[in-house]
Design a protein around this ligand. Structure first.
Ligand code: AVW
Length: 248
């Protein structure tokens, strides 16, 4: 029984595919291309949905490659302004709110980021269906799962095509606000173009003292990654969440 269990659809440690994944992708695609950004009206949502599905359906959910997503990415390249980008790490909701207030954009404002926001998906070799029971977890199962690789490919392109000042919201309530193993740390920071300015905001939970600062060791590490790439660096810390949203 144990063997059956481990080889079955239940064997992964992450949440299973979001129910109605295909329908959600399709609905979101029409919503984005027709209502949210009508300038992207020419995108073909059927084609985009098909390309998304065929990237991972019937495949080993631990063997995702960037190549698998090539066609999807080519169909839906980001068209958001290069000089208005906001990155985040452990601060997603805050970053969304901040970007909205300031007329800036996060990855979830691009078509593909919008389509996949908060969703889970994975397939099963030899099956035309999504596995709605479980999907591989980055830590417990495999790093090369389809969800993680998707966000990595998208994030890499979002960061490398950014220009001017790029902002990043980091969580000042954590001991290490800059996490080298996060997508921001592994993929985005190391792919910023030379001459870009990275503006770091260290924002902490209101009512609690901050735990990390611009002079802390994690931010120093970030600074050194950036200086190797000739990316300019500005950092502001000690910002309480409420104050940050109201004043910035
Ligand atoms: P994290 P990261 N919807 O908070 O620096 C669902 O440590 O690693 O931040 N899951 C998502 C989404 C989303 N919209 N976006 C990322 N993920 C996954 C993309 C992903 O696997 C943005 F541009 C990520 O590792 C940010 O600057 C994890 O959830 C940067 O990457 C969140 O981990 C945030 O990635």
């Amino acid at each position: 029984i144990y063997k059956w269990y481990r080889s079955g659809l239940n064997r992964w440690h992450g949440p299973g595919s979001t129910p109605d994944f295909q329908d959600i992708i399709e609905d979101r695609c029409y919503n984005y291309t027709q209502r949210i950004r009508p300038d992207s009206r020419s995108r073909n949502c059927q084609e985009i949905k098909q390309a998304f599905m065929s990237a991972f359906i019937s495949k080993d959910p631990c063997k995702a490659t960037k190549e698998d997503y090539r066609r999807l990415i080519d169909l839906a390249d980001p068209t958001v302004p290069c000089n208005k980008r906001v990155l985040w790490s452990k601060t997603k909701e805050l970053a969304r709110e901040y970007a909205k207030l300031r007329g800036l954009v996060t990855l979830e404002d691009t078509l593909l980021g919008f389509l996949a926001d908060r969703l889970h998906w994975c397939g099963e070799p030899g099956s035309p269906d999504l596995n709605t029971w479980s999907c591989p977890d980055w830590e417990k199962d495999c790093r090369t799962n389809y969800r993680s690789v998707f966000w990595e490919v998208l994030s890499e392109r979002f960061a490398e095509s950014a220009c001017g000042t790029v902002q990043v919201l980091l969580n000042g309530s954590l001991e290490n606000a800059f996490d080298e193993m996060s997508i921001f740390g592994r993929v985005e920071a190391p792919n910023l173009k030379p001459m870009v300015t990275l503006q770091v905001w260290l924002v902490h939970d209101p009512g609690k003292p901050p735990r990390d600062s611009c002079s802390g060791s994690s931010i120093k590490k970030l600074k050194s990654i950036l200086s190797e790439r000739n990316v300019r660096f500005i950092c502001r810390d000690n910002l309480s969440r409420d104050l940050f949203l109201r004043s910035s």
